[in-house]
Design a protein around this ligand. Structure first.
Ligand code: HL5
Ligand code: SIN
Ligand code: MN
Length: 271
């Protein structure tokens, strides 16, 4: 699987590109089933909405579910990631943001790299977010909204994430949210565009593109899987507190495409 020159240029220029219906309905259904199974496993990798019992996100399902361990090695994801970042990649972070019908909470405007610089002293934004829609993403169910081209200036306002005070292990975008004045200016310059498409579509997005999303008030869920690939030569630096493996992958061996290696079965997750 290779991106066309037009898709590569769109990514470089705008900081994101949508690949429509990359996975079929049957494949999406089996990923949903794996997510439902995984969401029942208790542990700190499950993030709740503030003050409620509702699930906001589940981290590191690829460490527990063969369906996701296979997915991150699929040439359909790994191929474009290698093309955009480099040949030697590992899984830095894997999450599913659940956003249920009627109540799923929003995500403040932010740039991912700011969080990873602050929390993990990650040297360079040499990563790629690969987001797969587990549900149709429409204008109604809280799609991710991007500011096209906003990744090209690096950290908004020239700020470096390393001075940001963080409260716990998981960094919520609220903690690194861009301010209103900054957002007014950025939106005036770049505009906004939401990533929409049927379930099974994928959006590739840059770690520095400004993005956020609104509450889901629709009767339709919006589950979004995000696999973040990092260059193996761009590992986190020393920090006072190393974040747990479910947030920052410590298996930094280069991922091999599934067609080059073996199929992953239950009880045979790693590498
Ligand atoms: N929740 C992530 C983390 O590393 C950071 C956010 O969208 C990614 C900003 O804890
Ligand atoms: C969202 O799930 O809408 C936000 C995704 C992100 O910030 O990475
Ligand atoms: Mn983000």
């Amino acid at each position: 699987m290779r991106l066309t020159p037009g898709q590569v240029n769109a990514y470089r220029d705008r900081g994101f590109v949508v690949l429509r219906a990359l996975f079929d309905a049957e494949e999406v259904e089996s990923l949903r089933t794996a997510f439902e199974r995984d969401a029942r496993a208790p542990g700190p990798h499950r993030v709740r909405e503030d003050g409620t019992d509702e699930l906001r996100a589940v981290y590191a399902s690829h460490q527990r579910q063969p369906a996701f361990a296979s997915l991150i090695r699929s040439p359909r994801l790994l191929g474009p990631a290698r093309q955009l970042v480099g040949p030697e990649l590992y899984m830095y972070q894997f999450k599913i943001n659940s956003k249920p019908a009627f109540s799923g909470g929003g995500w403040s405007w932010h740039q991912d790299f700011m969080a990873w610089q602050a929390a993990d002293h990650l040297p360079e934004p040499r990563l790629l977010n690969v987001a797969l829609f587990l549900d149709d993403a429409t204008e109604y169910n809280g799609p991710v909204v991007f500011l096209p081209g906003s990744h090209r200036r690096g950290a908004a306002g020239g700020r470096s994430g390393s001075g940001t005070a963080l409260s716990g292990d998981h960094v919520d975008p609220d903690e690194i949210a861009l301010g209103r004045d900054e957002m007014r200016e950025l939106v005036a310059r770049h505009g906004m565009e939401s990533a929409k498409g049927p379930a099974g579509s994928v959006v590739l997005f840059h770690p520095e593109v400004v993005h956020g999303s609104a509450t889901n008030m629709s009767p339709l869920p919006r589950r979004l899987l995000i696999a973040t690939y990092n260059d193996v030569h761009n590992q986190p630096g020393p920090t006072r507190r190393v974040r747990p493996d479910y947030l920052v992958g410590r298996d930094t061996r280069t991922l091999r495409s599934l067609d080059e290696s073996r199929t992953i079965a239950d009880g045979d997750l790693i590498p």
